[in-house]
Write a protein that binds this ligand. Structure first.
Ligand SMILES: [Ca+2]
Ligand SMILES: [Ca+2]
Length: 231
């Protein structure tokens, strides 16, 4: 499941799956002042270790690293304290592969070097989360997100496949809506009706985030998921 890609994540429930590259800083709307100021420095990711397990977290302990499959419990909040997502709500841990574009940048960086049983609080600025677009109804544009998370399990992960090539079936270097649709239908565990609203919304969402220049195709450069043959 985890190897399949960021795209499938859009179909399953967890919102942290949405992978969005850092978006451009909002342009200053007032033309007259725009050139006189230094660009504002973007806030960085804040990682707080809330607690470490009593045992099993010494210097020789297994720590999370790139390509590991991590199982997490987490709850995500907006800055105003509104909870937008929690593994407690569906009584299920969330698993993903670290370092292959399945989760937001704030997680890619904030979940490294963690012990099983360790709890962290991540404060993720918008450019390392869902940027100026936001995500769905729950995450407004330009949201800073706060995650309280606990690492439950670390497993060795597979080498990532080149998902871009897999989706681009005619190998022209661009991904069309039809190619994404076919990819999703092929890999989904549930049967997808191609004309269903849910499926069309999933495609809309993918193109909203991935087709940065809005020409209707996703180029290799635009694609945020795994797209290299070698590591
Ligand atoms: Ca193509
Ligand atoms: Ca494009």
């Amino acid at each position: 499941m985890v190897k399949i890609s960021v795209f499938l994540c859009l179909l399953v429930s967890s919102i942290v799956c949405l992978s969005v590259e850092a978006s451009e800083e909002v342009k200053e709307m007032d033309q007259e002042v725009k050139d006189t100021k230094e660009p504002e420095k973007k806030p960085d990711l804040k990682i707080e270790v809330v607690s470490l397990p009593e045992k099993g977290c010494d210097k020789d302990a297994r720590k999370s690293q790139r390509l590991d499959i991590l199982s997490m419990k987490y709850t995500g909040f907006l800055e105003n304290g509104t909870k937008f997502e929690s593994t407690d709500d569906h009584n299920n841990e969330f698993s993903f592969q670290l370092g292959v574009g399945q989760v937001i940048q704030g997680w890619e960086r904030g979940m490294l070097d963690m012990c099983v049983g360790e709890k962290r609080k991540l404060t993720v600025p918008p450019h390392l989360a869902y940027g100026d677009i936001g995500a769905g109804e729950r995450i407004p544009p330009a949201s800073t997100l706060i995650f309280e998370c606990e690492l439950v399990k670390i497993d060795n992960g597979p080498k990532p496949t080149n998902v871009f090539n897999e989706i681009d079936t005619d190998k022209d270097g661009f991904i069309t809506r039809k190619e994404v649709s076919e990819f999703l239908m092929k890999h989904s565990e549930d049967k997808i009706e191609p004309e269903s609203e849910e499926h069309q919304n999933a495609l809309d969402n993918i193109f909203l985030h991935e087709d940065k220049d809005k020409d209707g195709q996703i180029s290799k450069e635009e694609f945020s998921g795994p797209k290299h043959d070698e590591l």
